[in-house]
Design a protein around this ligand. Structure first.
Ligand code: SF4
Length: 384
């Protein structure tokens, strides 16, 4: 067992009794939490435990279950329709040129708002012995140039298993990039070992999508792990989920994007919380996300402003949302307001106007060989 596995096993909290012992029975309502602990997978790593200052703070809210998880109103079990777009076990193929490859059923800590909570923590639902059909599917689909490894958390696998996956993917000529979706730098930064960093460099280009929701998660140990990944040549971009009681505030979000940039991680997506069963109490109104983007755009570095998106319920893919800046578009000019609300006018070029629809040809149809033109499902959107 490696050091990080031993620390995960001995230092984590995964029971109500251990949580009560750590934070004091008088501080938490043990009996109120019991139904939640009886029903859901729970684990908090030592790093996460250390970050909690008091019950109900932004870190606690992300990891400690509540009975609200038993309340289902508009939530869906598979809110993004991933299973419907799964042609073989462990693969979701929604967008034309990329696939999601679920390689790990477990995570270091379990987030209460997880979109994939129907699967994580259950090895039967992300089977480790069914990789072969996934590799065969990717090999048989030359349009797939980008593979996103996810789960669960891929970094919970051993280096040996990860290297096996990288090797198999690199044997497929049309796989151009590999992405690792992982929350390990927030949960267990010591998992980013020198040995992993040495190994991964053989399989570039590799990207890592990190997942931070609050600036306090960027501890010195975490920043050091991110530094090791950057030095190993991984390109780092961050996903954040907009969560009530965690980061639904422009000041909190600005602190987060600044902390990310200082750690050389580019804020990539800000997601509306998915409409997932058991996590509805985390959802904010969409206007909250738009307001946060409006308070970032122009007021801080542009590269610190993430794309604000809704992942369409039922499986339509990610759709970007922007605050309204444009007031009008005419044949001659565009009128818009800047980040301070001041109005400006941009003159349109003096050219004859052709029908915009006539010019809109999907990139896939223009640039790709005939064999690559058709996505797997003609009816699926290609946003994302
Ligand atoms: S680390 Fe990711 S997959 Fe695991 S519980 Fe958290 S959000 Fe879900």
């Amino acid at each position: 067992m490696s050091d990080w596995q031993a620390r995960l096993r001995t230092g984590s909290i995964d029971s109500l009794e251990a949580l009560a012992a750590k934070f004091g029975e008088g501080e938490i309502d043990v009996e109120a939490l019991r139904p939640a602990f009886d029903n859901f997978q729970v684990r908090l790593t030592p790093e996460v435990i250390d970050l909690i200052e008091a019950p109900g703070d932004p870190i606690w809210n992300q990891y400690v279950p509540t009975v609200q998880e038993l309340v289902i109103e508009d939530g869906m079990i598979d809110s993004l329709g991933e299973d419907e777009d799964s042609p073989v076990p462990n693969i979701t193929h929604r967008y034309p040129d990329r696939v999601l490859f679920l390689v790990s059923p477990v995570c270091a800590s379990y987030c209460r708002f997880c979109t994939r909570r129907r699967k994580v923590g259950d090895p039967d639902k992300i089977p480790l012995n069914q990789y072969d059909s996934a590799f065969a599917y990717i090999r048989a689909h030359p349009e797939v140039r980008d593979v996103v490894l996810s789960g669960g958390d891929p970094m919970m696998l051993s280096d040996r298993r990860l290297e096996y996956i990288f090797q198999r993917l690199r044997e497929i000529p049309h796989v151009e990039i590999i992405r690792i979706g992982s929350r390990i730098t927030a949960h267990l930064p010591e998992r980013v070992t020198p040995e992993f960093c040495e190994m991964v460099q053989k399989y570039h280009p590799i990207f890592m999508n990190t997942h931070f929701n609050h600036a306090s998660e960027l501890t010195p140990a975490t920043v050091a792990a991110l530094d090791r990944l950057s030095k190993a040549g991984l390109s780092l971009g961050n996903h954040t989920v907009l969560l009530k009681g965690v980061n639904d505030d422009a000041v909190v979000m600005k602190e987060l994007v600044h902390a990310l940039l200082k750690a050389r991680v580019r804020p990539y997506y800000l997601y509306m919380a998915d409409q997932v069963a058991g996590a509805e109490h985390f959802r904010t109104r969409v206007e909250k996300g738009l307001e946060i983007i409006r308070q970032l755009r122009g007021w801080t570095s542009g590269m610190g402003v993430p794309h604000f998106v809704i992942d369409s319920p039922g499986g339509g893919g990610k759709v970007p949302l922007l605050p309204e800046y444009v007031e009008s578009i005419s044949e001659h000019e565009v009128v818009f307001r800047n980040y301070e609300g001041k109005r400006y006018t941009y003159k349109q070029p003096r050219q004859p106007i052709t029908s915009p629809e006539a010019d809109v040809v999907p990139i896939s149809a223009r640039n790709e060989s005939p064999a690559r033109k058709a996505p797997r499902r003609a009816t699926r959107k290609s946003a994302g």
